[in-house]
Write a protein that binds this ligand. Structure first.
Ligand code: SAM
Length: 263
């Protein structure tokens, strides 16, 4: 596996990590939504990444199938889960063609994946196919508010668009609404709630590095040569605008969970 892929997977892991108490609250909310009696629940996560949702659930003893298309993400997860791997199956596969029998899992977890799949209805159909009757689809997402970071991202977008490349933003939110509509059309009753809200600190340098490493999906469609051209300009702009990159700013975060139970 290329070391560049693994480096990005580790960078992704650092940027997205939850504080332990937040990870615990999310695991508790997901675990209690399962309502399985008499059997050991089996969970499947689509697009598991490096396991920030998976690991606390695995540590609590759930049987877990961790599916991702990217082997570098699974490799980081494998290393992090080394002590608690007994009940985990790592599955390198595409969420649009899940290599599992129908009605085989009690819960399917999907966090920050739908917006990456133009043909998301295939993955949704697959998620519902592998769920047992009475099983639950658990969709989660983060909401992040940070004014300086927004300004950096908007400046990055302006610089990219000045090079003639359009940047699409807001796809994640739109996709969540589309999936909700699809679930309702299927007769399901998705219920959404905020599970936890918290604050973090981040430096401007860290925010710039996240852009530089293209850790956000809205940066990933921009051609490498354009990205490489605009990043030095963005660093220079940020130095001038904020008068130094090591000051930290506050990031307000929250996690939402949407549950849909099969009849
Ligand atoms: N759910 C994790 C989290 O919240 O930390 C990871 C989210 S990350 C934005 C999206 C993940 O989905 C990546 O690990 C990526 O490799 C994976 N992915 C993208 N397309 C996929 C596909 N077609 N099938 C399975 N996984 C996919």
């Amino acid at each position: 596996m290329s070391s560049a892929l693994t480096r990005v997977a580790y960078a992704y892991d650092r940027l997205r990590a939850y504080p332990p108490e937040v990870a615990g609250r999310i695991a508790t909310a997901m675990g209690s939504a399962l309502q399985v009696r008499g059997e050991e629940p089996m969970l499947l996560e689509l697009g598991v990444g490096t396991g920030r949702i998976a690991l606390p659930l695995i540590a609590r003893g759930y049987r877990y199938i961790a599916l991702d298309v990217n082997p570098a993400m699974l490799e980081v997860l494998r290393q992090k889960a080394a002590g608690v791997m007994r009940k985990v199956r790592l599955l390198q596969a595409d969420a649009r063609a899940i290599p599992l029998p129908e009605e085989s899992v009690h819960g399917v977890i999907v966090v920050h994946l739908w917006h990456l799949l133009p043909d998301w209805p295939k993955a949704l159909a697959e998620a519902l196919r592998v769920l047992k009757p009475g099983g639950v689809l658990l969709e989660g997402w983060d909401q992040v508010e940070a004014e300086p970071e927004c300004r950096l991202q908007e400046r990055w977008r302006a610089l990219v668009e000045a090079e003639g490349v359009e940047v699409e933003r807001g796809r994640h939110r739109r996709r969540l609404a589309e999936v909700e509509e699809a679930l309702k059309r299927l007769g399901l009753k998705p219920k959404t709630r905020q599970v936890v809200a918290w604050r973090e600190e981040r430096t401007l340098r860290e925010a710039l590095e996240a852009l530089q490493d293209r850790l956000y999906s809205f940066t990933q469609a921009v051609p490498e040569e354009v990205h490489a051209q605009v990043m030095p300009r963005l660093w220079a702009w940020a130095e001038g605008e904020f008068g130094g990159l090591d000051q930290s700013f506050r990031v307000e975060k929250s996690f939402y969970l949407r549950t849909s139970r099969l009849g």
